[in-house]
Design a protein around this ligand. Sequence first.
Ligand code: NAD
Length: 499
Amino acid sequence: MQELTHYINGQHVKGTSGRFSDVFNPATGEVQAKCPLASVEEMNTAVAAAQAAQPAWAATNPQRRARVMMEFVRLLNRDMDKLAEALSREHGKTFPDAKGDIQRGLEVVEYCIGAPQMLKGEYTDGAGPGIDIYSMRQPLGVTAGITPFNFPAMIPMWMFAPALACGNAFILKPSERDPSVPLMLAELMEEAGLPKGILQVVNGDKVAVDAILDHEVIQSIGFVGSTPIAQYIYGRGCSNGKRVQCFGGAKNHMIIMPDADMDQAADALVGAGYGAAGERCMAISVAVPVGDETADRLIEKLVPRIEKLKVGPYTAGNDVDYGPVVTAEAKARILGLVETGIAQGAKLVVDGRDFKLQGYEDGFFVGAHLFDHVTPDMDIYRQEIFGPVLSTVRAGSYEEALKLAMDHEYGNGTAIFTRDGDAARDFAARVNIGMVGINVPIPVPLAYHTFGGWKKSGFGDLNQHGPDSFKFYTRTKTVTARWPSGIKEGGEFNFKPMD
Ligand code: NAD
């Protein structure tokens, strides 16, 4: 049995707490590795190494730091297949989807190559007689991030790339379910030229997280995961005086107007609802057709598409639409919610409960499910299912559909499918949700914009990546300088170098 490590101060180190968690191959159900769960002492060792290494990294000019990022991009492309294979093996997502996970992180690294431009600061020449004012963006020091299982490459890179580009040290506590890719990324950063101790990976569970929350040296915490944990980390981190941003769960609605291209809407829903087995925070989990006639047309288009979905292991390459969910517990929870949906009166139009894959009977595969006639009081509507289950809530009017999305406690993403520009503009302007798609089902912004949800999907003032990330990982210092007039020297005729 493979025993995974931590990556502390430039070395793979074995766990010393004696506590481990199982890392599964979700396609076969087998335990393939043991992940060490750090003690407070192990976290303290990493923080001490980060604290010792960070000042020299902060003093390295931003262009040189950017060159490390540039080289890291080259190495990510070089090792893309190896990383994607390790990712699929632990997470279960298809091989092309694993590459997408890495690619969307890589794009944020590319954006961070612009650090010298982003960190330039502000300057007012002559704010008063002989007075200039300038603002600098300085790194925070030691920063940390806690990441979820569903994007084990992308989300760590969304955090550590801007943190490092700004001159911070970063400690990553990845999900204990799929920790191998984060360890590989830390190694690659050092191969790219990052000094030891600047990016470390400490594996663990609540013990490691609490050690981060309470360590006085750690200045900021980024978190992505479920909402109850996001709220806990935001509360405790803020009360300990840290800068904290937390991104939580989601229930993303897609509104389908009567004038939408129904084939396009159905294709979009199938990809956005069932891709990655529904284990995406930007997955569409609620379809809201406006009017019964629209709903009937939509369901008619959806059913054959869903029944044709190919579910299988990542080893089948491009021949699979989605893979298994992450654990047996996740599978049991999803199937439990399907039963609750039926019991509470929703109509199960596509039933995936009996899905079995020959040769992979112990894998965590879940068949695709489609519910119709779901109502807002049902558990399958209120809770994030995080599985291949799409719920249809029929709305009587556009206003009713809009209100539905607005009244839901989550506010990560949403989409509207229509040919009517006025409806689309109205929706984008009024909806209280952080990321909006217009005829785009999964509106994940690109690296140079920012990513973040509203309501119970996001806590904190600043979003991930884009310009916000440079604000989150730096603090502003403003200098007001007065230089009284002195005696000016006479003429100087030689070209002198600056001292
Ligand atoms: P999770 O909340 O179970 O775990 C996230 C992280 O928190 C992990 O590193 C885990 O070790 C740690 N953790 C778990 N329990 C803890 C506890 N009691 N105390 C302290 N730390 C704890 O989430 P997950 O199952 O890994 O990921 C799925 C969730 O993440 C979904 O809800 C999904 O919507 C959300 N998510 C949100 C976004 C976003 O940007 N909003 C992106 C991806 C995933």
